[in-house]
Design a protein around this ligand. Sequence first.
Ligand code: ATP
Length: 306
Amino acid sequence: MPSYPAIETDRLRKVFGERAAVKGLTLQVQQGEVFGFLGPNGAGKTTSIKMLLSLIEPTAGTARLLGAPLGDRSVRARIGFLPEHFRFQEWLTAGEFLELHGQLYGMKPARIKEQSAALLERVGLDEFRDKQLRTFSKGMLQRIGLAQALLSQPALVFLDEPTSGLDPVGRRLVRDIIHELRREGTCVFLNSHLLSEIEVTCDRVAIIRSGEVIRLIEMAALDSGRATVRIRGRGITPEICSGLENWGQAIRADGELVSLNVQSEESLPEITRFLVERGVQVYQITPERLSLEELFIETVGKDAGL
Ligand code: ATP
């Protein structure tokens, strides 16, 4: 895999009139990574994506995609994009639509044919190849949009809210496709408010506010990191409860139930030993991991909308 990052931005900035929509985005996304881009409404996510895709000009700052400066034509042919608010050519059939986009990518006719057939099947629309897009439901349009984004077998794909119009089956399909893309080494830049989906698909996540990265999260670290441990046991005296404070803040719900906020699940065996040695009969000791949603709200503040 090439040594340059898939995306590299340095203080990328966009001002609309008096207002900075993106104050200064500095970010690196590696090749083959599935990267989540999160932030409250109006945080500048779509504006950032539009700058990266050269749909709007940055006011200041620089960025490189796949090692080349923004706007490089040969690199643009290796990038896929599913916009949040798409308006497709609804008078075209699904097959014609993919053909048109293949031509816009500069793909050879035989490759367009082969890729279209494979992708229509992949997104579950092969039966609708000859149907006009105006007859499609929102979910079907989202699926054909995804096929369009993947048509040129891009090295980097931007998916802006790819599951917003989809039912649970459609969401699962998108999730499976993202997993396949990762296996193939494609970098996916995913903007979504569905944190549960980000949680199961992304390797890393950036939380942004006003177009600045305020937190970077490695999802693997989140898995083994902070957790609330629920302990149910007979014989937890107030002394034992205060002894638990060695590992974190302990809150006693009632005589038998204690919840303990620990920094790492690594401390679970020690906590169990501590309780057993003091004669507590342990019925349950369950870690509940800090979810991405909790981390998001902790980071951007409770007032921010998702
Ligand atoms: P959401 O999660 O709601 O889609 P977002 O993070 O994608 O939000 P943007 O759409 O990038 O946010 O908008 C960031 C800010 O820039 C908002 O305050 C928005 O009103 C403003 N903005 C975006 N586009 C323009 C424009 N063309 N002209 C003026 N202001 C704009």
